[in-house]
Design a protein around this ligand. Structure first.
Ligand code: C2E
Ligand code: MG
Ligand code: MG
Ligand code: MG
Length: 289
């Protein structure tokens, strides 16, 4: 109550702040309703093995199909769900739904699920939840990759690292998402119990256009190799970027150049289809000469 009054006292200074506050509260209520009424949906974006040209995993990406506002981006509602704590409920739904969907795929295809910092909070037993879901669905743990970002480590890195170790003990894989976006990445790489790094798309977009981006990519690829980490390059949009990545031996390539995020129903018939990852292209031009 006191906290609420404090906030109300603050907002008299600015109508704009007050409006934002009101609409924030309205959206929180709508978020609850949305979860209750099944307005959330997972889309899936395939991640391709550059050598085979087939999808070896797909990333689950959350969407909110709001009945009046239309589709809302996760960039908008995830921060709100984190602030209100609703992310733990939503995140549990995401894990369950992603595993259910992956059960319809061949066993060679895994699923990647994004997990927020707040899902590591003490009092929310993420490891217990994941263990229960794996057991319930009889889902092979190695087929599940949890994607985290550096922001998960800000508050209590030791606690989060211990949870990551426990997840890996279950057999689940861990990927460090948006690598190259922050600035403390290198120090984390040696400390974190991770299997994979995903190069941030802002970085990917520079590839093929600046030589510096290419040098950095070489260094990261070598580092990943030496640390025995898998490398996924995300946000690949053009043939030029694809070409620039080709020599760096990435394990996975994800981006609009191959496929946009799509519904589970759209993805299913595409699994097993080959895409031209550049190797096929060079084989073709080689054959022509
Ligand atoms: P992310 O995990 O880094 O996901 C990759 C984002 O890049 C996705 O945006 C995807 O649609 C987009 N993307 C993929 N390929 C390309 C490309 O070639 N070019 C461009 N420009 N973009 C591409 P999306 O789906 O809007 O998700 C945004 C972020 O929201 C995600 O970034 C992730 O941090 C968060 N998010 C999404 N779903 C969940 C979820 O279930 N739980 C949590 N905690 N966060 C989620
Ligand atoms: Mg991700
Ligand atoms: Mg990312
Ligand atoms: Mg992100």
């Amino acid at each position: 109550r006191a906290k609420l009054e404090g906030r109300n006292r603050f907002v008299v200074y600015s109508e704009t702040v007050r409006d934002e506050h009101e609409s924030g509260r309205a959206i929180e209520a709508e978020l609850r309703e949305g979860i209750r009424h099944g307005e959330f949906e997972l889309l899936y974006q395939p991640i391709y093995n550059p050598r085979s040209g087939t999808a070896t995993m797909a990333e689950a990406l959350l969407r909110w199909n709001h009945p009046e506002r239309g589709p809302i981006s996760p960039e908008v509602f995830i921060p709100l769900a984190e602030r209100t704590g609703l992310i733990t409920i939503l995140g549990a739904w995401v894990l369950d739904e992603a595993i259910r969907t992956a059960l319809t795929w061949p066993r060679s295809v895994g699923v990647n699920v994004n997990v927020s910092a707040r899902q590591f909070d003490r009092g929310h037993d993420l490891v217990g939840l994941v263990a229960a879901l794996l057991r319930f669905h009889r889902f092979e743990p190695q087929r599940l990759t949890i994607e985290i970002t550096e922001s998960s480590l800000i508050d209590d890195a030791e606690h989060v690292i211990a949870r990551l170790v426990a997840l890996r003990t279950l057999g689940v894989r861990i990927a460090l998402d948006d690598f190259g976006k922050g600035y403390s990445s290198l120090s984390y790489l040696a400390r974190l119990p991770i299997d994979t790094i995903k190069i941030d798309q802002a970085f990917t977009h520079e590839l093929g256009s600046t030589r510096k981006a290419d040098y950095l990519m070489s260094a990261i690829a070598r580092l990943a190799h030496d640390l025995k980490l898998r490398l996924i390059v995300e946000g690949v949009e053009t043939q030029e970027q694809l070409e620039a990545i080709r020599k760096h031996a990435a394990h996975g390539i994800q981006g609009f150049v191959f496929a946009r995020p799509m519904t589970a129903a759209e993805l299913l018939p595409m699994i097993g289809h080959r895409v031209a990852t550049g190797r096929a292209k060079s084989a073709r031009s080689g054959g022509g000469s």
